[in-house]
Design a protein around this ligand. Structure first.
Ligand code: ADP
Ligand code: ZN
Length: 739
């Protein structure tokens, strides 16, 4: 009988230590248990990650205590954590941290207990009740009747009945008729709000085909991840709901990931309406207590379905059958802020593999990575091409801003063409969305007058514009130039344009249409915890005519009376200095276009651009997704960019620029010395936003098909390099943005 536990201690050592399990803890310590162990002269908490039969160390210290009655981590989740630590280049204990919510790891939050009162067993109530009801204590009789008819009641409920309830309870207890026990109370506020139940809809032919394919995947021994490629409004959610029902019927559990912004009551109610209280909704606004309770409800098996944002992927189900990643192309699935910098779609695929669960990546605009996996048969590909309500896909027009400028002699932000369409829609009483993609604005050099964008001739990637020193830098090959004073193409000096934001658009719109009711939605206005859902429901209930917003309105939201969508400046995201610029712009515009004409009314989309002949924009116009993907894949292949190889970004930050560059150079040189045969290693380069909060950022890039090799090597080197205080390295495997 083995009495050894291998314990991962929270020390950033990336190492597990062997301990002996003392006799009184045998049976209580399991894989996944949280334990307390002696370490040096102190006591530390850790997790049991293995129970080996022998240890190579002869004398082991003993585990002191077990913190959790039930193991907190299943074998499968521990394995997933190991994979994440390895692939995403982070310490194992860091990876475990992302598997367990903070409230579960720390001991601050406890289950909320309440006292429950119930009748002792085997009482003859037919005799007892009449005796008490004719007796003197009316309140004792009332309590007995209640417990008899309704079962266990909380002490709180009973004492609210009347004045003497408290002493009546004591009396009944003394007589041995009732007993008191503790029970955990659930703090999820959702459980209190009721939704009307609904039943499965009868499916369209396309939906039925998709569901059939998913159901056979659910029972197959050789599962491939599924790419469910369905246009907006094709009824993917209904397919998910019915696939979940099938999964539950087989006695298994399901996880559904949605972007945080979709966790509005409108969306989550669709799941609760179908599955009631067996659904747990995890969103970022839960209090610690609520999160604690939901996690334990899932861990104890009281819940069958979890709907939530990125981290819901780690819901502690033991018998997982299905993972759905809705809007799988969404950037918010990538943890970019802290290590491990994982992508939830990729980790979902791995969890599915470890637990033999079906994985569905659902989207109207797959990433090129997912699409290529489908083409090459690593993913099963299911397509849904029609909208459920037979609504037409919206009509998309490109507005050439150079021609528009010539019409009135000066550059403008709302073109005459867009202005006329807005006026028309307002007159019809329809709603309008104006969309500005703000990302990229700070990092490129573009002429507002003619549309010229500075671009590296060797790489055909846009230059990153560094305002601090007026430099243009190519982040793919490292080429550096002085930024021009005037536009090289039209000689206009407006080239260093400034200040195009949603606020500015709001004031322009207000100037043209003073009577229109306008709402604005961007990271500046969305500051409180429910400002998203408030603004969205205000707009949806016709509380405004025009909604102006950034990326955050491009997501799976449903606005039936929007007939016009205007994209203010499509070029903004097209010229991000990144090889994914075209792909991201295409996806964004298709998603934005999906907001128009979802109801009875046909929709129109106007895309303002200085480069109407750009292939990505032409493809959006023609809604030619496959043509665009094919061309884009050919280009990526020619340049050997992802998805044909993978990328790793290594960032270094600190207070003194030259020191940051120097430290990153040391690391990059090590890589170049040992691994230049295994990939292209570029850098160090100043990052797109060189200086943030008084810290300088530099990065190096690796393009390789041997990610694991580099991750492991980096882990090794990072332990060797001693950085000055307050200097940090970050490793980002498969980064979304290179700079
Ligand atoms: P998607 O997730 O693909 O964008 P949804 O699942 O939101 O699409 O479906 C769009 C609309 O069509 C929703 O209002 C939904 O209730 C409705 N719908 C979906 N499937 C059906 C069906 N089989 N019959 C009737 N209405 C449906
Ligand atoms: Zn270049």
């Amino acid at each position: 009988m083995s009495a050894i536990a291998r314990v991962l201690i929270n020390l950033k050592l990336d190492r597990a230590f062997d301990y002996a399990i003392p006799n009184h803890l045998i049976g209580k310590v399991n894989i996944g248990s949280q334990v307390e162990v002696p370490f040096n002269k102190g006591v530390l908490a850790g997790y049991v990650v293995a129970m080996p039969s022998h240890s190579k160390f002869p004398k082991l210290r003993e585990i002191l205590d077990v913190k959790s009655k039930q193991p907190l981590l299943s074998d499968a989740l521990l394995k997933l954590g190991d994979w994440m630590a390895d692939y995403y280049c982070c310490a194992r204990e860091k990876a475990l941290e992302s598997l367990l919510p903070g409230v579960i790891r720390s001991e601050r939050v406890k289950a909320k207990q309440q006292l429950m009162i119930e009748l002792v067993e085997d009482l003859n109530m037919d005799e007892l009740l009449p005796k008490y009801e004719s007796g003197r204590s009316k309140i004792q009789a009332q309590i007995l009747r209640r417990l008899h008819l309704l079962g266990a009641q909380s002490r709180k409920e009973l004492t609210q009945l009347s004045g003497g309830a408290s002493s009546a309870i004591t009396a009944l207890r003394k007589k041995g008729l009732i007993h008191v026990r503790e029970q955990a109370v659930n703090r999820n506020p959702f459980l209190a709000s009721k939704v009307l139940p609904d039943s499965p809809k009868s499916l369209t032919e396309e939906q039925q085909k998709a569901l059939d394919a998913i159901c056979s995947n659910l029972v197959s021994d050789l599962k491939k991840p599924i790419l469910l490629h369905g246009v907006t409004g094709s009824g993917k959610t209904e397919v998910y709901l019915q696939a979940m029902a099938d999964c539950l019927e087989q006695g298994k559990n399901a996880i559904m990931l949605v972007p945080e912004i979709s966790l509005t009551p409108q969306t989550t109610d669709r799941f609760r309406a179908r599955f009631g209280d067996s659904v747990s909704v995890l969103h970022s606004h839960l209090s610690d207590g609520e999160r604690f309770d939901e996690w334990h409800r899932i861990n104890k098996g009281e819940v069958n379905i979890v709907v939530g944002a990125r981290s819901a992927l780690f819901a502690p189900f033991k018998n997982l059958g299905l993972i759905i990643v809705d809007e799988a192309h969404e950037n918010s699935y990538k943890q970019s802020e802290i290590s491990p910098r994982y992508h939830a779609s990729d980790v979902a695929v791995m969890r599915g593999k470890f637990e033999d669960a079906t994985v569905i990546l659902g989207t109207a605009t797959p990433s090129l990575e997912a699409y290529r996996n489908a083409i090459e048969d690593r993913y099963e590909y299911i397509e849904m091409t029609k909208r459920v309500d037979h609504a037409q896909l919206p009509h998309i027009e490109l507005v050439d801003m150079v021609t528009e400028k010539d019409k009135i002699g000066q550059a403008q932000i709302i073109s005459k063409t867009l202005e006329e369409e807005i006026r028309h829609a307002l007159n019809q009483g329809d709603q309008i969305i104006l969309f500005l993609n703000r990302r990229g604005y700070a990092t490129q050099l573009q002429c507002l007058s003619c549309g010229y964008v500075a671009e590296c001739e060797q790489c055909s990637v846009k230059y990153t514009y560094h305002r601090e020193n007026e430099m243009l830098i190519c982040h793919t090959c490292g080429d550096v130039h002085k930024a021009p004073r005037a536009c090289p193409s039209c000689k206009d000096e407006q080239i260093r344009f400034s200040g195009l934001g949603t606020q500015k658009i709001e004031s322009i719109i207000h100037g043209i249409f003073p009577e229109a009711r306008v709402l604005r939605m961007d990271s500046d206005t969305m500051t409180t915890k429910d400002s998203y859902s408030k603004t969205l429901s205000e707009f949806k209930s016709n509380g405004a005519d025009i909604l102006i917003g950034t990326q955050m309105i491009a997501k799976g939201l449903d606005f039936p009376s929007v007939t016009l969508v205007g994209v203010i400046f499509a070029d903004l995201s097209l010229h991000i200095p990144d090889f994914r610029a075209a792909e991201k712009t295409f996806q964004l515009l298709v998603q934005v276009a999906g907001r128009a004409g979802r109801g009875e009314l046909p929709g129109k989309v106007l895309v303002q651009t200085y480069t109407p002949y750009n292939p990505a924009l032409q493809a959006v116009k023609a809604m030619d997704l496959k043509g665009f993907y094919k061309e884009e894949l050919d280009m990526r292949q020619a340049a050997n960019f992802p998805p044909f190889r993978r990328s790793i970004a290594i960032r270094c930050s600190g207070e003194v620029e030259s020191e940051v560059a120097k430290q990153l150079q040391i690391l990059t040189d090590l890589l170049l010395r040992d691994f230049s045969h295994a990939g292209d290693i570029i850098g160090p380069l100043p990052s797109g936003l060189l200086k943030r909060r008084n810290r300088f950022y530099y990065h190096s890039l690796i393009f390789t098909d041997k990610t694991l090799l580099f991750s492991r090597a980096l882990k090794h080197y990072l332990k060797q390099i001693k950085l000055p205080k307050q200097y940090y390295f970050e490793v980002d495997v498969d980064p979304i943005y290179l700079t």
